[in-house]
Ligand binder design. Structure first.
Ligand SMILES: [Zn+2]
Length: 362
């Protein structure tokens, strides 16, 4: 980092300390201790320690409670002591079912989910090139995933594991994304509908007595939908058992509400054995106004029945300072326990200004 950049960050850091109480005080009935701020911070093996240090330091100064940090076991050897020294909780951010370019998994092509059209997502990537989904029903896939998550959970000092992409491929995209992919998804389209591999079909047939591919319209079959909710739920709960046995917390980033998550990606996340949850209430993805942050948060809070904290996740891309201020207010009004922002790289672009504006409006 050159001197000018360093001084700039130092300046922002100092300003941010002053701004933090303002950010928190906009919540009338909660204290900094019970309204928590989280940040996703990406980065793997090649990210220098110095960079992690600068970013974590800045977040600590801004009053953040915790980081959802990228990287593997090796990375955690650097990031865990660093986060702890700065008073931050650190949870390891892990992709679960979507495994783009995963060499170990690619040695087993049969591990990948198969669409209703019969295509493996290893070869035919739905929507985007980085979509390569594993089948959650195969015991060998479950064992591979659980082994990986267990290795992470064994890292000393780590606070927890945060699951991402713990779901099926989007069978339907949220409404705000249809134009981007030039699709009208008013029904479940076969090429985005998973998983119809032999394992899934045989397991379902042995439980129900029929093959989902024999149905005229598999999307209308309640039992087949439930099979897939359960497939992910069972995997999450097996991961939870291992993570909890190592005295670590388990959380997940999930779709906006339990209803929408079931419909779009087969996530029954209100039934999962998590310690807390991060619903990604990215209102513009859903073509909803910003008060969707409040209503979706409230729906999730209600579904959880007080069983665990819910932290409303927000995507900072293309957000104005005013929108960020409003999203914080709406999340609080919906009963959220805090906010998680995606991601640190976007904080660099506009978050300092957000904090400045929040300060000036008080
Ligand atoms: Zn399958």
């Amino acid at each position: 980092m050159n001197k000018r950049k360093f001084l700039k960050q130092l300046g922002l850091g100092s300003f941010a300390i002053a701004a933090t109480p303002t950010l928190v005080s906009s919540c009338e009935s909660t204290t900094p201790e019970d309204f928590k701020l989280w940040m996703w911070v990406g980065g793997g093996a090649n990210k220098p320690e110095k960079e992690w240090r600068e970013q974590f330091t800045r977040l600590s100064e801004l009053g953040f409670y915790g980081v959802l940090a990228g990287g593997n076991v090796e990375t955690l050897k650097t990031t865990v002591p660093l986060a702890k020294s700065l008073g931050l909780e650190i949870h390891s951010w892990q992709w679960v079912m979507n495994r783009p370019g995963n060499k170990e998994a690619m040695a087993h092509p049969e591990w990948y989910a198969v669409s209703r059209n019969g295509d493996s997502s290893l070869d035919v990537n739905p929507y985007v090139g980085y979509y390569q989904w594993l089948c959650p029903s195969k015991p060998e896939v479950q064992d591979y995933i659980i082994k990986g998550m267990t290795e992470i959970a064994e890292v000393e000092g780590l606070d927890g594991v945060q699951l991402d992409y713990v779901r099926y491929c989007d069978v339907i995209l949220p409404r705000g994304l249809w134009e981007k992919y030039d699709l009208v998804q008013d029904h479940e389209m076969a090429e985005y509908d998973f998983c119809y591999c032999d394992t899934c079909r045989n397991k379902f047939r042995s439980e129900s007595g029929y093959d989902p591919l024999d149905l005229e319209d598999p999307s209308q079959d309640e039992q087949w939908r439930q099979f897939r909710y359960d497939s992910i739920t069972n995997l999450v709960n097996r991961i939870a058992k291992e993570v909890h046995a190592r005295d670590k917390k388990l959380s997940a980033s999930v779709f906006a509400t339990p209803t929408l998550a079931r419909k779009f990606v087969r996530q029954a996340w209100d039934e999962w054995d998590l310690d807390f949850v991060f619903p990604m209430i990215y209102y513009d993805f859903y073509a909803e106004p910003i008060d969707f942050v409040r209503t979706a948060t409230a729906e999730g809070v209600k579904a959880l029945k007080g069983s665990k904290p819910l932290y409303t996740a927000q995507y900072l891309h293309d957000k104005t300072t005013e929108e960020v201020a409003v999203m914080i207010k709406e999340a609080k009004a919906g009963g959220s326990n805090g906010l998680a922002f995606y991601d640190y790289g976007l904080l660099n672009e506009d978050k300092a200004k957000v904090l400045e504006d929040l300060k000036n409006t008080k």
